[in-house]
Design a protein around this ligand. Structure first.
Ligand SMILES: [Zn+2]
Length: 122
């Protein structure tokens, strides 16, 4: 399993590759600096949108796969059936409310400890 730090590095390197490419394209097409700046903001927005879409596609695929195997609606952590009310509000949710809260708590903790380590290195 990858550590949070490795994952963070991956995300950062992906991001900078994309914007560098986009910047080069914008520079080739347009000489005007203001124009480039405007284009970059647009591109950043579309990159963020693309990332959200990719994530959504992944969630949809997973939900469809679970429906196929008859696992849809079961919590991936404790295997309890997720409340219908919750599934209606968030159709691609993976965990029951209890597990989700538990996970968000521990995710928050590991993120802050990773960024602290990061600060120490720098
Ligand atoms: Zn659960």
């Amino acid at each position: 399993m990858k550590t949070m730090l490795e994952r963070k590095g991956e995300l950062i390197s992906n991001q900078s590759t994309t914007s560098l490419e986009d910047m080069t394209h914008a520079e080739l097409a347009h000489g005007d600096a203001l124009d480039i700046a405007e284009r970059n903001t647009e591109q950043e927005r579309s990159i963020a949108m693309r990332l959200r879409h990719t994530n959504e596609i992944k969630l949809i695929d997973e939900a469809l796969g679970k429906m196929h195997s008859g696992m849809y609606g079961a919590c991936e952590s404790c295997e309890e059936i997720i409340e219908t009310k919750r599934l209606k509000a968030r159709p691609f949710v993976k965990y029951c409310l209890e597990c989700q809260e538990e996970m968000e708590k521990s995710e928050g903790d590991s993120t802050s400890s990773v960024s602290m380590k990061f600060d120490n290195i720098e």
